[in-house]
Design a binder for this molecule. Structure first.
Ligand code: GLU
Length: 328
């Protein structure tokens, strides 16, 4: 005889803010993080701040501190962290070792050029297409004995043996998406020759050990969700967190907001004198919280935000948006 309603929940709902310190926070990142923070605070989820500093050469010294300060300036808070991803390499190494021993990963030093050359060769015509910035790594390129148990050598680059099956990502914002990773991406890199885990492996290991039950992030990572689900299963981890992928902010040319659209760093507008309320007011306008731009506090944004009012398509950053921030 148990009263389930009074039982403590084993896994408190937890999300994370996971910035990569590859540069300063721009308006697009600020929007995603503000939405994540607001959804979490509304629903009572815990928030972990995790600095994803495993992106080798792209990491900029000092960027992590700047990002933390910018998030605070925007009125966000968190319950744990900042946790620095590179500070605890052991869990990543253990997971990688387990996959190698299980024959679910193999070392591969084929370069991108070699993979593309193989992909365009006639025998690989069917599945050898180039996917986005990434080339599909077809099973034909697997070395002999790829699925034999192996000792993990961190000095080599390792690929995951992607099963040829469909993975369904149930996304709270985008709906259900079926992806056949083997056909789109193929065997993907999970350990880099720099001796570090690749993003896909690091994120799964860390989300799991940090008790993350909700992943909210930009929809540029929607494709990655399927790869991460495959890794959860291969590692015997779970349950898989709930996913919520949000459309990105794009420039007037329809391309993802970046340097080419001018200086859209939060800190730059702050330096020009824009108060945080103006920035949040713009994010509120972009997220269906307000019909026009008006200054707003983080608390008001939190109370007004609902997933269903967020527009489904990409948000375009316009000259008027820029003007609104500059006239603060
Ligand atoms: N660090 C990644 C980024 O800044 C986010 C990773 C994730 O949310 O899984 O784009």
């Amino acid at each position: 005889m148990s009263d389930h309603s009074s039982m403590p929940t084993a896994r408190p709902e937890t999300t994370r803010l996971a910035p990569s310190p590859t540069g300063a926070l721009h308006l697009g990142n600020a929007r995603t993080f503000l939405i994540t923070w607001a959804l979490a605070r509304r629903a009572g989820w815990r928030i972990v701040l995790r600095i994803e500093d495993l992106d080798g050469p792209r990491i900029k010294p000092g960027a992590a501190d700047d990002i933390v300060r910018t998030l605070e300036w925007l009125g966000m808070d968190w319950d744990e962290g900042p946790l620095i991803q590179s500070a605890t390499p052991e869990p990543h190494e253990e997971a990688m070792g387990a996959l190698a021993r299980a024959g679910l990963a193999y070392p591969s030093d084929l370069t991108r050029t070699q993979i593309e050359a193989a992909a365009s060769a006639p025998q690989a015509e069917r599945g050898g297409e180039i996917v986005g910035a990434e080339s599909r790594f077809p099973p034909e390129l697997r070395p002999e004995g790829f699925d034999a148990p192996k000792e993990f050598d961190p000095a080599q680059s390792w690929r995951f043996v992607t099963p040829d099956e469909e993975t369904v990502v149930e996304d709270a914002f985008m709906g259900a998406r079926a992806v056949r990773v083997q056909r789109t991406i193929g065997d993907f890199v999970i350990w880099t020759r720099r001796g570090q885990p690749a993003y896909q492996l690091a994120v799964v290991v860390d989300d799991h050990r940090q008790g993350i039950t909700r992943v909210v992030r930009g929809d540029d990572l929607l494709d990655s969700a399927a790869r991460q689900m495959l890794l959860y299963r291969a590692l015997g981890l779970g349950p898989v967190p709930g996913h919520c992928h949000l459309p990105l902010v794009v420039g007037p040319d329809g391309r993802r907001l970046a340097k080419r659209h001018g200086d859209t760093r939060v800190d730059e507008y702050r330096r020009l004198g824009a108060p945080a309320e103006r920035l949040i007011g713009l994010v509120a306008f972009w997220s269906g919280v307000r019909e026009r731009r008006a200054p707003m506090s983080a608390a008001e944004f939190r109370d007004g935000l609902a997933l269903r009012t967020i527009p489904a398509g990409p948000i375009t950053f316009t000259a008027e948006d820029d003007q609104w921030l500059r006239s603060g």
